[in-house]
Design a protein around this ligand. Structure first.
Ligand SMILES: C[S@@+](CC[C@H](N)C(=O)[O-])C[C@H]1O[C@@H](n2cnc3c(N)ncnc32)[C@H](O)[C@@H]1O
Length: 122
């Protein structure tokens, strides 16, 4: 995509250590104000495969936020309703002052897509 002024762009697989390191270099090991993850696996259509993959990616984003999000900062991650999601909600509740679920208008009603939000990191 075309460059956007004021935006740094890293193209890579977030599960790879080298990409993670690149991100840490970019933020110069300083805490960030906000972590947003719109990462989703390529959907196979098989819930038993897609859901655990999606949860793994959300957990990676949550781990990143655990270390690098500043106290008071906020967290948003795309998720899909299903087994394991309530555990993520509980983890967010423990780590943030408030946990909310957002279903944007742009998200199709019959889709299981939901955004898990943590407001105010403790
Ligand atoms: C729903 S799309 C996000 C779309 C994006 N917000 C946009 O407006 O173009 C999910 C994205 O997550 C990416 N993705 C999946 N696994 C990833 C990973 N391990 N590391 C980085 N990106 C990943 C996919 O390539 C896909 O582009």
């Amino acid at each position: 995509m075309d460059a956007i002024a004021g935006v740094d762009f890293i193209e890579g697989d977030f599960t790879e250590e080298s990409v993670f390191e690149e991100l840490l270099n970019l933020i110069e090991n300083r805490p960030v104000d906000l972590v947003i993850s719109d990462i989703a696996p390529n959907l196979s259509g098989m819930t038993s495969v897609d859901l655990p993959r999606s949860i793994d990616l959300i957990e990676l984003a949550m781990d990143f936020a655990k270390t690098w999000l500043r106290p008071g900062g906020h967290f948003v991650a795309k998720a899909f309703e299903g087994e394991g999601i309530d555990t993520l909600r509980q983890q967010i509740r423990m780590t943030y002052d408030k946990q909310v679920n957002i279903k944007p208008k742009a998200s199709r009603g019959r889709s299981r897509e939901i955004y898990l939000v943590g407001l105010g990191k403790k």
